[in-house]
Write a protein that binds this ligand. Structure first.
Ligand SMILES: [Zn+2]
Length: 157
């Protein structure tokens, strides 16, 4: 397990800060001043519904290292844990940019495809494989969880 954690840390630190992204229309931009603490693909049913895709790829950073410029609107939903997840999307074009959970307030999860260069994304895990569709093979990852990992950033879903 320690070896896996070392590999994870190497992968995450290769996503060099600052990490910059934007919505489709450009009205909202963001920058992260630190490397992620987690990254991966969420296969939960809600991410499928919200994105129109079989899974959502995201990375988590500390809120204090994250800056947003521009107007976002928010959508709130109950999480399986009983907490609340708030997803923020561009008020103009609707692009979903990031999510936060009351279960883990210090972290924000950013949707990796909104990075200016999404090729730099390094996913380390799959979560909610129990809800994955049967018609896409989940990407290979260091960690694979049927639901959430213990003490992982809930906001990733
Ligand atoms: Zn926009």
């Amino acid at each position: 397990m320690n070896q896996a954690i070392e590999r994870m840390k190497r992968e995450l630190s290769s996503m060099a800060a600052p990490l910059e992204g934007a919505c489709l229309c450009g009205a909202v931009t963001y920058v992260c001043a630190s490397v992620p603490v987690w990254s991966g693909h969420c296969h939960c049913r809600e991410c499928q519904m919200l994105s129109g895709a079989p899974f959502v790829s995201a990375f988590s950073v500390e809120v204090r290292a994250f800056k947003v410029l521009g107007g976002v609107q928010q959508f709130r939903r109950r999480a399986a844990s009983g907490g609340e997840v708030t997803t923020s999307h561009c008020a103009a074009c609707g692009t979903r940019l990031f999510a936060q959970s009351t279960a883990n307030p210090p972290l924000v999860s950013i949707f990796a495809t909104t990075l200016r260069d999404p090729r730099i994304f390094r996913p380390v895990g799959n979560v909610y494989l129990s809800e994955a569709v049967a018609w896409v093979e989940p990407p290979a990852a260091i960690f694979n969880f049927q639901r959430m990992p213990p003490k992982a950033p809930e906001a990733i879903s």
